[in-house]
Structures are given as C-alpha cells and as structure tokens.
Design a protein around this ligand. Structure first.
Ligand code: FMN
Length: 182
C-alpha cells in the first residue's frame, strides 16, 4: 500500500471549498503524534487551523509560495520548542511528512509551506508573522505550514524515468545501485 501512495503523491496547491471531515482531521492529528522523534522527546506542537480569516493571514507569511493557503480549508502549523530538542528541525520535518502522507491516504491533497529561515514581506522572520496570527508562545519556533484540502488539480505521478536514479550508490559513492523503478 505504501509505494502506490507515494507514487501518486504530488504537491497540491489548489483545493475545492469542501471542508476536511472531522474524522479525517483526527487521523491526520494521530499521524502527527505517531511521528518518531529524536530520543522520543516529542518537541513539536501542531496547530490545526480551519478559520478562514486566520488562513488568509497565514497565507501572507511570506511573499512567495504561501498564497494558496488562503483558499485551503485546512492548514497545519508545525512548531517546536528548540529547548526541548537540538534536532527539532528533523523531528518537525518527519511530522510534516507523516501528516502529508496521511492526507494522501485520505484522498486529500497537501503542500508544504516552508517558514523556518524564510522572511515576511517586510523582512522580519516569517515565523514571527505565524506566531502573531496563531498566538504562539514566544519560545516556539515554526518549521512549516501545511495546506490541506480536497484537490482541485490533478498532477500526474513523477514518471520512473524522471527519478534521479544517479543519486543511488552501491557500497561506495560512484558505483551505481541499479534498481527497477515503477
Ligand atoms: C522542505 C520543503 C519546503 C517546501 N516549501 C514550499 C513552499 O514554501 N511553497 C510551496 O509552494 N512548495 C513548497 N514545497 C513543495 C516543493 O516545491 C515540492 O515538493 C517539489 O517541487 C516537488 O514537487 P512534488 O511535491 O509535487 O513532487 C516544499 C517542499 C519541501 C520538502
């Protein structure tokens, strides 16, 4: 089941207005909490946002690559307390991936919106904008937002011949690992 799921996954940035069912949101939330984290410290916090006005404001977190969040029925902010874990970035990235794959399994589309190390239009950190909109406590950093909803666009899977198989090595760098890809 897993490979068909990831073969079909693409970043979806256009959504129908249909809300995401509460049962689906619950499963996405469970996926987030089941993500592995370094030493099991679970440094993350997840804010599930359905409020249209707040989604519109989040969509302005940075000038490029976030505007489509305004028309998504659901956004998830993935945040963490860096004091709780030195590798919180990795922990958050895994959690984002879990949420995105859970969304895919629900027939939903999603797209990662990078916030960490990105700037708001005025030059301040994009994370500060997200912190204000979501009333986050000051000690939380923001890794990413995820736009989620029922897809209003269909993107084909990446064809196997386009996968960068030259990045695969056997035993030592430079010796190709040859595999059949579907
Ligand atoms: C770490 C990371 C950050 C990303 N940031 C953004 C972003 O800010 N805005 C956006 O529209 N897409 C973003 N994406 C989505 C990528 O652009 C997308 O995954 C890539 O182009 C490959 O397309 P695919 O996901 O359809 O395979 C991000 C993806 C990753 C993994």
């Amino acid at each position: 089941m897993f490979l068909p799921l990831i073969r079909a996954r693409r970043s979806i940035r256009r959504f129908t207005p249909q809300p995401v069912a509460p049962e689906a949101i619950a499963r996405l939330a469970e996926a987030a909490l089941r993500a592995p984290s370094s030493r099991g410290l679970n440094p993350w916090e997840f804010v599930f946002v359905e409020d249209a006005a707040r989604l519109q404001r989040l969509a302005q977190a940075k000038p490029h690559g976030a505007s489509f969040l305004a028309k998504a029925p659901l956004g998830v902010a993935v945040c963490a307390d860096p004091q709780r874990c030195d590798v919180w970035v990795e922990d958050c990235a895994i959690a984002v991936t879990y949420i995105q794959l859970a969304a895919q399994a629900e027939g939903l589309g999603s797209c990662w919106i990078q916030i960490r190390r990105r700037q708001h239009a005025g030059g301040a950190p994009a994370a500060d904008h997200v912190r204000t909109v979501l009333e986050l406590p000051g000690h939380l950093e923001v890794e990413a937002l995820i736009a989620i909803g029922h897809p209003a666009e269909h993107l084909p899977p990446h064809p196997p011949e386009r996968l960068p198989r030259n990045r695969l090595h056997r035993d030592v760098y430079g010796t190709p690992l040859t595999v059949d890809l579907e």
